[in-house]
Write a protein that binds this ligand. Structure first.
Ligand code: PEP
Length: 253
């Protein structure tokens, strides 16, 4: 059975104190009710809070990820954070290619490929985002766009490397907008992605990869979206900033 994953992308939110409170509320909520062993909760706070989060995670049932990583090993790259640094504080996951990075920082598929390589070299599992913008969906280009993102960003990997990935399909028009893809729209693209992987790496690899949905996922719609065959969980933005909502989503399988 494929791993169910609910990952929270905090983005640029919360002060240190607020972060501390949110994580400790997540710890409490996970203590209250036992989560299915096949469900993995991951939190991705901003860089300054990662170490605090990994400390908390040692006594709880969640793992920690970063929101981005440098394409480079080390050196004169002011403001950047390397995969080796993330590994040195024991991070297990890192988001790559989020649409906000693609939009505001011109992150290309080639950069996504380099970031994925850096992470895998340091034994950190990439959560790779893909998804079309509104104008691309309106022009019925969603399949073409997602195919190109996956081929250019990921298809240089070996099958063994590919198995380490988590993929997040996030239609950009649904992120932070309150608009959610219908469960059928999500399923259609998730199945398309799994099929692409099967064509390149074989069915066995494709069946192992968790593909998450992202875009205004909340406690009220998670169950229906997660009920679809090829949807293995969610990458959660806004709703992960309230422990109660985030954990309710983790219990939606
Ligand atoms: C995201 O940005 O990854 C996301 C899914 O955001 P939201 O849940 O707020 O739409």
């Amino acid at each position: 059975m494929r791993k169910h994953i609910v990952a929270g992308n905090w983005k640029m939110n919360n002060t240190f104190e607020e972060a501390d409170e949110l994580i400790s509320n997540i710890v409490d909520a996970l203590e209250e009710k036992e989560l299915d062993r096949n469900t993995q909760v991951i939190i991705c706070p901003p860089f300054p809070y990662l170490e605090m989060a990994t400390d908390y995670s040692k006594d709880s049932y969640f793992l920690v990820g970063a929101q981005d990583v440098s394409t480079e090993d080390k050196g004169a790259y002011t403001g950047e954070v390397s995969a080796a640094m993330l590994k040195s504080i024991e991070l297990e996951y890192c988001i790559v290619g989020h649409s906000e990075r693609r939009q505001y920082h011109n992150e290309s598929n080639a950069m996504v490929a380099k970031k994925v390589d850096q992470l895998l070299k340091n034994e950190i599992r990439p959560i790779v985002c893909c998804g079309e913008r509104l104008e691309e969906r309106e022009a019925d280009k969603q399949f073409e766009v997602v195919k190109q993102q996956i081929e250019e960003g990921l298809f240089h990997l070996t099958a063994e490397q590919f198995k380490e990935l988590v993929i997040a399909y996030e239609p950009v028009w649904a992120i932070g907008t309150g608009k959610t893809a219908t469960p059928e729209q999500a399923q259609e693209i998730h199945a398309f992605i799994r099929n692409l992987i099967a064509e390149k790496y074989g069915k066995e690899v494709a069946e192992e990869i968790s593909i998450l949905y992202g875009g205004s996922c909340k406690p009220s719609n998670a169950k229906e979206i997660f009920s679809k065959t090829d949807v293995d969980g969610g990458l959660i933005g806004g709703a992960c900033l309230k422990a109660e909502d985030f954990i309710a989503i983790a219990f939606s399988f």
